[in-house]
Write a protein that binds this ligand. Structure first.
Ligand SMILES: [Zn+2]
Length: 501
């Protein structure tokens, strides 16, 4: 009882300086804290840029690249680039980045491919096939679809990115643009940024440029022409960063800049690198879907398959596989669009048939060759400044994008194991849960405190009333003898009472 009295006195003193108004404010602050902790942080917008054929080491070829190095310093970087998927061609790898699936799973197994069920050949750069869902909607889910499926407030913009013109799973990106829009690089970049600041802005943008691939094919990866393109793209990236900054979007935008594949020299003047198919198999015994540099061969009849296979096996500097024997690490078997036989030249060797000519740079070779690997840099509020990893697989980009956009990934072949090392550690679900517990305890403590004050107040009021009643009932003489004073010569009992209080 004594301790209760002391406690009450303590709380009473507290109460004097800590009015109910302050308690209300504190409760509000604590409530908001709890609410903020348990409710989700809204996702930052995401811009993904692909510079076609940008090999992982091009960044080291040029001096004084400002924008690429700004991103590397302020964000994350895969030092040795990323490993792409087989075939190391443009359309299959862009669709792999978008879906997180190997090519046999997303079904875009070449820039050109034959589908035996449709009995039709796909030419991915033709507008009609770029828009035709039957080539793209094979079970894989591109990030722009995942983005719009899971939140009605989300809008995706796909500018020239392969697959972005087709409806997949019943969804078309909110904004789309063909790769052949007739715009310059700068105009295209401006358009992309504009989509982010429209009245109904996109929260995800995918943006594709066809350089330095085109120049790499024409002049080879070590040419001064490719070097000049790298500077041009550095400037373009600088414009994009400036434009985002100017529109106050930069601080809340994550930016990934990557590519689909690298490039290796295939100098056409060097005759020893040319594999002439006509020297091994006759033109009318097969159909060919692709030959740059891996040849996809459909024998004209089942009976010819063994003969064709045996003849192709004699070619030096090349590996030939029947579909069922393609090594499992290629992830390039389980799809009807994969040809019955593939002929895979060693690096730098290239295939000619029916007199077809070569180019000075090529990609499409085995994806374990480092020359085939593209680069990866990223920057933004969710990337750790200066974070570096050695390398990772391009199938990991899809789950990374989902993580950045706070989306549940569709089934995919990727993993967050390595890429998450590039991210600011906001997850720490353990510590945030701990924080919520602490805040809840504080709230309970405050409510308890208010209750305690109320009880003490009631107790003091009760005691005050009890004492008042007692003072009225005590004999007059006792009252004054206790104070050891002379009785006051007054009849005012109120004054007497006041002395006691
Ligand atoms: Zn490409």
């Amino acid at each position: 009882m004594v301790s209760f009295e002391i406690g009450c006195n303590f709380i009473f003193i507290l109460k004097k300086s800590f009015t109910l108004k302050y308690f209300k404010s504190l409760c509000l602050v604590v409530f908001l804290g709890v609410f903020q902790s348990v409710s989700a942080r809204s996702a930052n917008r995401l811009l993904v840029i692909s510079f076609d054929g940008f090999r992982w080491d091009y960044i080291h070829k040029a001096n004084n690249l400002t924008s690429f190095h700004r991103m590397i310093n302020d964000g994350g970087w895969a030092i040795h680039g990323i490993k792409n998927t087989f075939l190391t061609k443009t359309l299959p790898n862009h669709f792999t980045i978008a879906t997180g699936l190997y090519e046999e799973s997303h079904g875009v197994v070449g820039n050109v491919m034959y589908d035996p069920a449709f009995k039709e050949t796909f030419h991915g750069w033709l507008d009609k096939d770029a828009r035709d869902s039957k080539w793209w909607d094979n079970g894989g889910e591109p990030i722009w679809v995942t983005n719009q499926r899971q939140d009605t407030q989300h809008r995706s913009g796909v500018l020239a990115w392969p697959g972005g013109l087709a409806i997949v799973k019943g969804i078309l990106a909110y904004k789309t643009e063909s790769a052949f829009d007739g715009l310059t690089m700068k105009e295209r970049a401006k358009k992309m940024i504009k989509w982010f600041k429209d009245d109904y802005p996109i929260n995800l943008g995918l943006y594709y440029e066809n350089e330095p691939d085109e120049t790499g094919h024409a002049f080879g990866p070590d040419s001064k022409e490719v070097l000049s393109k790298i500077y041009q793209l550095d400037n373009l990236l600088g414009d994009i960063l400036y434009d985002l900054e100017d529109n106050k979007l930069l601080e809340t935008t994550n930016i990934i800049v990557t590519s689909d594949h690298g490039m290796t020299p295939t100098p056409v003047k060097n005759d020893t690198l040319k594999i002439n198919l006509d020297d091994y198999i006759s033109l009318n015994s097969y159909n060919i879907t692709s030959k740059n540099p891996v040849a996809g061969i459909f024998p004209a009849s089942k009976e010819l398959e063994d003969e064709i296979f045996q003849n192709l096996s004699r070619i030096p500097h090349a590996h030939v596989y029947r579909k069922k024997d393609i090594p499992p690490e290629y992830h390039y078997t389980n799809n009807r669009r994969i040809p019955a036989i593939i002929l895979e030249p060693e690096e730098h060797y290239w295939i000619s048939y029916n007199g077809s000519a070569g180019v000075n740079g090529e990609h499409g070779y085995n994806n374990s060759l480092t020359s085939m690997h593209p680069f990866f840099i990223a920057m933004g509020p969710d990337f750790k400044p200066g974070a570096k990893v050695d390398t990772f697989d391009n199938v990991d980009i899809y789950p990374l994008m989902c993580k950045l956009l706070q989306l549940k990934p569709a089934p995919n072949n990727g993993s967050l194991e390595i890429v998450s090392k590039l991210l600011v550690n906001r997850d720490s679900s353990g510590s945030s849960t701990f924080g919520v517990y602490i805040l809840i305890l504080l709230l309970i403590g405050l409510v308890g405190g208010i209750f305690g004050v109320a009880v003490c107040q009631a107790h003091r009021e009760h005691r005050r009333r009890r004492l008042a009643v007692s003072s009225f009932s005590l004999p007059h003489s006792f009252r004054y003898s206790k104070s050891d004073r002379m009785p006051l010569m007054t009849n005012s009992s109120d004054d007497d009472f006041n002395d006691e209080s």
